[in-house]
Design a protein around this ligand. Structure first.
Ligand code: ADP
Length: 400
């Protein structure tokens, strides 16, 4: 099951996008609807609200009188906390029930207006944000939904900002165009990304780089993309990880790289790494059981190579729209240390970056000459010796 979080500011077009996704076959879970259901007449939710706030929050028709409740609960932090303590667990329970009822191959879309405000982004496999500038949103709310302008402005001012929403957006859907355009974009997203992501997730298949190995110009979005993945990894790992870092070329500002984000989860031992296997898979990062260690690099002062100290677990993103490698390494093991050291060294030394880039370019050329499945191996054959030789240099840099 693929879990997608859908959000956007009021009037941006979440409902429009949710409808388009439902038409394509997604199971849509509407959090506003659930929030109303759990306090409908006759529910334990409504009874709990009456016990907390008094019988006069219920209207003559037996339904919750929202303005009356708002008058009690808003503007007073303690009362609002009490309200949330009653409703949030009920909404959570009902949401969990609906998710559990969805088929195992479902693409579940959770339409959550307050996804950012409630910190829910890391729990999703992918976050889709619908975006339109606030003046257009206000105009649409007034024109098509009959909301009073002052009301629309006041409510929008209380929500997360566009920047805060953009920070969690794996996919940003611009809905400033003509009606129908965003639906077409949703169709493309479904075709090109969501169905493949769902298939990969369900079958434990990492997404692959298609076509040739290409070193691309640095993308200014890489660090933000890495942070979104890291938040997701933290949600999956909890206290089993002691740190999670963006490593590799995409973590070095200005360095061209393959468009694959490398991340490192640091754990106490390999058993802890194995225990994370299923949680990481469900989060969108299936395990590659065939990869069990790094290429050993000769350690200064030691003769021979001890491969066991280079053991790791390796996962890759199932999302064809955002390739990522997740290395799970043991704290203070040489591989874990080298990944961090190498990144810091490259960040600090432009000359080393240039040298490394030249090696990558040579690898890219070799990969281009080799065909298909051999391309990555050809690329690595060029990179490996330089990487090994760089290790003592990086250590010397650290010691200086
Ligand atoms: P949300 O669910 O995010 O609050 P809606 O999907 O209800 O937003 O959209 C707000 C209003 O704008 C609706 O009346 C909707 O029909 C309309 N709308 C959505 N997309 C467009 C668009 N591209 N152009 C014009 N109106 C739109």
């Amino acid at each position: 099951m693929l879990r997608i979080g859908l959000t956007g500011g009021m009037g941006a077009g979440k409902s429009t996008v949710a409808r388009a996704l439902a038409d394509l076959g997604a199971v849509v879970i509407d959090s506003d609807l659930i929030a109303r259901e759990v306090v409908a007449p006759g529910t334990e939710g409504l009874a709990a609200l009456v016990a907390a706030f008094g019988a006069d929050i219920v209207g003559a028709d037996g339904a919750l009188d929202r303005p009356a409740l708002a008058a009690r609960a808003f503007g007073d932090d303690q009362a609002r906390a009490k309200l949330n303590a009653i409703t949030h667990p009920l909404v959570g329970k009902r949401t969990a029930e609906l998710i559990a009822a969805a088929p195992s191959d479902a693409i579940v879309v959770q339409d959550i207006p307050l996804l950012v405000e409630n910190g829910l982004a890391p729990l999703m496999n992918l976050v889709v944000v619908v975006e339109v500038d606030s003046e257009t949103r206000i105009r649409r709310l007034v024109e098509f939904r009959g909301v009073a302008e002052a009301d629309a402005r006041a409510r929008i001012a209380k929500q997360a900002t566009d920047d805060q929403r953009r920070a969690v957006a794996d996919v940003l859907l611009d809905n400033s165009g003509a009606p129908g355009e965003v639906e077409a974009a949703v169709g493309r997203l479904w075709e090109r990304r969501l169905t493949a992501f769902e298939h990969n997730l369900r079958t434990g298949t990492p997404a692959r780089l298609h076509g040739e190995i290409r070193v691309v110009p640095p993308d200014l979005e890489w660090p933000a993309q890495a942070q979104r993945l890291i938040a997701r990894l933290w949600a999956a790992c909890g206290s089993a990880a002691s740190r999670i870092d963006h490593i590799g070329s995409t973590s070095v500002p200005g360095l061209p790289a393959k468009d694959v984000i490398d991340l490192q989860i640091t754990v106490s031992d390999l058993d802890a790494a194995d225990c994370l296997r299923d949680a990481l898979g469900a989060a969108g990062f299936p395990c590659r059981p065939d990869v069990t260690h790094d290429d050993p690099v000769p350690l200064p002062g030691s003769t021979g190579i001890d491969t066991t100290v280079w053991s790791k677990r390796f996962h890759q993103s199932a999302d064809p729209g955002r390739l990522a490698n997740v290395h799970v390494r043991v704290a203070d093991s040489p591989g874990q240390q080298y990944a961090l050291l190498f990144r810091d060294w490259l960040r600090a030394e432009p000359a080393v970056c240039a040298e490394y880039l030249a090696v990558k370019r040579a690898g890219e050329a070799e990969a281009g000459a080799a065909a298909g499945a051999d391309a990555l191996e050809a690329y690595l054959t060029v990179k490996r010796p330089w990487f090994s030789a760089a290790y003592p240099r990086a250590l010397a840099w650290r010691d200086r």
